[in-house]
Design a protein around this ligand. Structure first.
Ligand SMILES: C[C@@](CO)(OP(=O)(O)O)[C@H](O)COP(=O)(O)OP(=O)(O)OC[C@H]1O[C@@H](n2ccc(N)nc2=O)[C@H](O)[C@@H]1O
Ligand SMILES: Nc1ncnc2c1ncn2[C@@H]1O[C@H](COP(=O)(O)OP(=O)(O)O)[C@@H](O)[C@H]1O
Length: 285
């Protein structure tokens, strides 16, 4: 959070599901998850300033994909305080929309944090936060977290390790509900219980390789270009793990160092000029 003359500026870091195991389904249709989540230095930014009326302005490279109406998750987050206070909110949209890296959820979480400061009100309770979206609870923290339930049970694991990450989205939006609906099995094994110390990068990546994202198969059926993204990321020199995040279509790769990550980004920008490609690392905590 930074403060400038009464305005509060909150980062809304992108979420990466390093693993995503779907372990069951509730009677209401929501799926039970076991997911290791980290946040990146790359993200949207939410700025709030005192104003008479509640307004939202959206700028940034992905602003065209959104409308600044009452359905925007930032406005829904503002209304969830249950008051009629005013605020001039600006959302700088750097993340592709509906892309499995939780941009909307991160925006909602950042708006809650910023407006709580501006209005001097407590953050709404956990049930209210969950109603904004299953990913919003985890986005209230920027720490490495193990997420259970439908996204409502969060175990924080401390700062994420320093990783060299490449995010790639083929500019295809996939529907989260459709991808969950395409799962062949709703009841899959959870993550291995014991995780090596994430600061021991090599052991940890070896452990991650033995885990899964169960949504990858239905997402690849919905958007076959994900195969190309994963294949391209795996083929890069220095790539140690390539996987899809969330319900896609954004995929990530972990690299052995920043030099190989940056070289891979340059190669992919030449071979796939329409893809969104972003070099990043863990969010500061
Ligand atoms: C899949 C995940 C993994 O982190 O990420 P994304 O792909 O969205 O980034 C999340 O669970 C998504 O969270 P979020 O995008 O907030 O979901 P919501 O708006 O609450 O739900 C959208 C739809 O996804 C399905 N859904 C979502 C969460 C869950 N645990 N089970 C589900 O079945 C439901 O069909 C729901 O109608
Ligand atoms: N501020 C916002 N940013 C992104 N998406 C938003 C926002 N407000 C509402 N949405 C809607 O939320 C849905 C999920 O978006 P997003 O969080 O970007 O993707 P995902 O859940 O795949 O990570 C999209 O259909 C989008 O139209």
């Amino acid at each position: 959070m930074t403060t400038t003359k009464g305005a509060f500026c909150e980062p809304a870091p992108a979420k990466v599901n390093l693993t995503l195991h779907v372990t069951g389904q509730r009677a209401d249709g929501y799926h039970l998850l076991d997911s290791l989540v980290m946040f990146t230095a790359l993200g949207d930014v939410v700025t709030v300033a005192a104003a008479e009326r509640l307004t939202l302005t959206i700028d940034g490279p992905f602003s065209a994909g959104l409308t600044a109406d009452n359905d925007n998750l930032v406005m829904r987050a503002a209304r969830s305080f249950g008051v009629t206070n005013g605020a001039a909110i600006t959302l700088t949209k750097n993340l592709p929309v509906a892309s499995g890296i939780g941009g909307g959820s991160a925006d909602a979480a950042a708006a809650l944090r910023a407006l709580s400061r501006l209005w001097g009100l407590p953050i709404p309770d956990s049930a209210t936060i969950l109603k904004l979206g299953a990913d919003v609870p985890v986005c209230m923290t920027s720490e490495l977290s193990r997420m259970h339930g439908i996204g409502d049970r969060i175990d924080t694991l401390g700062p994420a390790p320093m990783l060299d990450i490449l995010l790639v989205n083929p500019n295809v939006a996939v529907s989260t509900a459709q991808v969950f609906g395409g799962l062949a099995s709703k009841s899959n094994a959870p993550m291995a219980a014991d995780m090596p110390d994430p600061r021991d990068r090599d052991d940890w990546v070896t452990w991650l390789l033995a885990q899964r994202n169960d949504l990858e198969t239905p997402a690849r059926i919905a958007a076959p270009t994900i195969d190309d993204v994963l294949g391209s990321l795996s083929a890069q020199v220095g790539s140690t793990l390539a996987r899809m995040s969330g319900s896609g279509a954004t995929c990530f790769a972990l690299f052995k160092d920043g030099t190989s990550r940056d070289a891979a980004a340059a190669t992919l920008r030449l071979s796939h000029p329409t893809w969104w490609i972003a070099e990043t690392g863990a969010a500061p905590t």
